[in-house]
Design a protein around this ligand. Structure first.
Ligand code: G3P
Ligand code: CA
Length: 264
């Protein structure tokens, strides 16, 4: 970007690696989080769910069929809810091979291990994925943030944010942990009245980039909220989001976009 004097300036947005770096490594695995950590992005995003015995783990889909070898390990259960598996069962799954043979043996990460990968190098966007199928997940995440050293360091350094589509779940989390930055995910930016309601418990709105325009961004700003967008993978879309002046851009390709839009 150039400012009015023709000087090159750093981008105003933060860069977020989606599910780690889902374009180049198996989503929601330590391998993908490690790619994000060395990409130059400021955060990586992950999805969190609870196993049948209450263990928080990083995983996006509602079933293990697409991203793991569950059909081989647990034939007939691959389309069952991933939250119906115990943590011991989930650990038997290979979460890398379906992306590429080069990642064979990659495991579903425990949430603590995912957070540990961040170290001091990158922040974590933690999406509470399925509050309905992971009852009590808000309490588990809030409790971990309160007691786990790797988590507390992230919180102290402003390198953690919790996000989710479910407004009731978000409000519950905000009541449990008001000190944690919170983002309300939406498919498209809602009306001013809804945004005013969101601003009572969240600091950011995270929208799909597809329908975003200047009027929607203005509406978000007028409600005193920050503007985040997901999941931006084509350069023309990325440039459009940067031109709209959004605060955060989530992408499956954090290495590529950090190189093309360095935050110097
Ligand atoms: O960052 C928000 C984005 O991850 C929401 O969509 O389906 O990839 O979890 P999804
Ligand atoms: Ca997500």
């Amino acid at each position: 970007r150039e400012d009015t004097a023709g000087m090159t300036t750093a981008p105003a947005h933060l860069l977020i690696g989606h599910r780690g770096a889902a374009g180049v490594a198996p989503e929601n695995t330590v391998a993908a989080f490690e790619v994000a950590r060395s990409s130059g992005a400021q955060f990586f995003e992950l999805d969190v769910q609870l196993s049948a015995d209450g263990v928080p783990f990083a995983f996006h889909d509602s079933t293990p069929a697409r991203t793991t070898n569950a059909a081989e390990v647990f034939p007939g259960r691959e389309n069952d809810p991933v939250t119906s598996f115990t943590w011991a069962e989930l650990q038997r799954l290979d979460a890398g091979s379906s992306f590429s043979g080069a990642f064979r043996g990659e495991r579903i990460p425990h949430l603590d291990d995912a957070v540990r990968v961040a170290g001091d190098a990158i922040g974590v966007f933690m999406e509470i994925k399925s509050p309905a199928t992971s009852p009590g997940i808000e309490d588990v995440v809030a409790e971990r943030l309160r007691t786990g050293p790797p988590w507390q360091r992230l919180l102290r350094d402003g390198r953690i944010e919790v996000l989710g589509f479910d407004a009731a779940s978000n409000q519950h989390f905000a009541a449990l942990a008001p000190e944690v930055p919170l983002q309300q995910l939406v498919y498209r930016v809602p009306d001013a009245e809804t945004l005013a309601r969101i601003s009572t418990y969240a600091g950011q709105v995270g929208s799909n980039h597809r329908w975003l325009n200047a009027a929607a961004v203005d509406r978000v700003r007028a409600a005193g909220l920050g503007m985040s967008v997901y999941t931006v993978n084509a350069e023309r879309n990325f440039n459009r989001m940067a031109a709209l002046g959004v605060d955060r851009i989530t992408t499956d390709f954090p290495v590529e976009f950090s190189w093309k839009h360095p935050a110097t």
